[in-house]
Design a protein around this ligand. Sequence first.
Ligand code: FES
Ligand code: FES
Length: 153
Amino acid sequence: MELTVNGQRHSLDIESDMPLLWVLRDELGMMGPKFGCGIGACGACTVLIDGVPERSCALPVQYVEGAVTTIDGLSGDGVLTAVQEAWIAEQVAQCGYCQAGQIMSATALLASNPAPSDADIDEAMSGNLCRCGTYPRIRTAIKRAASTQSARS
Ligand code: FES
Ligand code: FES
């Protein structure tokens, strides 16, 4: 099976019903996406597939059509994205466990909606749960990243 992850093509000898998250973590050693609930309910495992956020724990690899991006590949050239910078500036993370998934969802949101309202943010981020309750800081960081992106464009 062929899979493109973070710009690299991989040939994998795996069962086709293996969840994408297992492939990423156990076969490719990419530890960015986290295992939380395993049933598509918490968002910890979120990756982008052709720019669209997907729950990798609930997606058999045979159904992956498109290029996968994990947080490990977000800043491919070593330069942090505006979203990553904003997360640091706003000190969003507490335990950090949910944050890779949060950042991937926020990245997809800003790619499709460069100036999201509070309601847009709440809707786009509603599938990413944070047991530490960092939601207010996530919202502030997304707004900061939106301003940075618009200043750069
Ligand atoms: S681990 Fe995938 S949604 Fe919770
Ligand atoms: S920062 Fe701890 S779960 Fe979100």
